[in-house]
Write a protein that binds this ligand. Sequence first.
Ligand code: NAD
Ligand code: DAU
Length: 356
Amino acid sequence: MILVTGGAGFIGSNFVLDWITQTGGALVNLDKLTYAGNLENLKSLQKDSRHIFVKGDIADSSLVRKLLLQHQPTAIVNFAAESHVDRSILGPGDFITTNVNGTFHLLEATRAYWESLAADKKRSFRFLHVSTDEVYGSLGAEDPPFTESTPYAPNSPYAASKAASDHLVRAYHHTYGLPIITTNCSNNYGPYQFPEKLIPLLIVNAIKGQPLPIYGDGLNIRDWLYVADHCAAIRAVLARGRVGETYNIGGDSEKSNLEVVRTVCAVLDQLHPDSPVIPHASLTAFVKDRPGHDRRYAIDASKIQRELDWEPEQNFAKGIRETVKWYLNHLDWVEQVQSGEYRKWIDLNYGGRQLI
Ligand code: NAD
Ligand code: DAU
């Protein structure tokens, strides 16, 4: 039995499905169900007793303490967070509340539980904190990729809040001996990603003939990691990772945003030729840049490869094809997530954004 937080979000729900399929094990899924949490992602587990869903906040220490005592998990995987950079720019408050304060309360509840365990259970317990490459800041074109010893230099309120949570997690190991491991991974993509993030936004806009908004010159670079590969990496870290360590996880797929748009559009031209506007790439629209927009992220994942024998299996071209197919086959899911709240966000972020 493990406790997963944020397991109704994009990566969390992929991980919950992956964990149950790959290990057959059970889990408690604690999720506040913010706009980003969606139980539709877990519909296939509705009648599966191995998935125990609890709606709640990681900052609610008494609820977390109760769940820990009741279910006696051997590990916690902390995905719960506010995760969208643009939202952190327009409203940083929730990011401090959940990513910093929430992680702090979760750590406190975990520490109390862990200290009450018998020696052997104490030794094997793990608190795995899921973090991001954005804590390392931005790279120039010729810089080497981020390693686990790259100094932290977060640039957005989101990245700063994740960096703060990483520091707290580290301090709980250093000070109290809590057996933590932190993972810092690059941009995930794949099924169930909320269409506020670049790749699903491109897909859902393109099939409706709506503009594909590209911030600035479109030459910012991200490393793209297929979400199933990320889930496998987390399983490897849980099983074999060294306590107190950090592992960088990357997809070995650096792409500029323009390359991403071209790839998504080319796949859609083939798989969805009856869209209202063809070719899909003609919908590309350059818009005012994101303030403080990091230029490039790249991950050196040699540590996890060397120590835990993990490497990404999916390449970008195939991963995008799978992702586009998934969205085309789940248009009902897309309709469901494009609720009133989603439309409000699209108006807020893109409504006043000038074309450049
Ligand atoms: P997401 O926004 O899709 O999902 C976040 C989930 O956390 C949602 O289900 C939400 O309801 C839940 N949540 C939010 N606040 C909560 C709270 N206070 N208590 C309990 N649940 C709460 O995020 P994601 O993209 O799946 O990212 C998951 C984690 O991975 C985050 O920690 C994020 O920082 C990290 N990460 C994401 C990426 C990426 O590319 N998406 C890359 C690197 C790291
Ligand atoms: O690097 C890991 C991070 O990746 C995670 O920690 C974050 O949770 C996750 O949201 C993601 O952050 P990014 O800001 O890189 O992802 P996003 O999909 O928002 O943007 C990817 C790139 O595309 C970035 O350079 C901004 C650009 N972009 C994004 C949107 C939403 C656009 O050009 N237009 C858009 O409309």
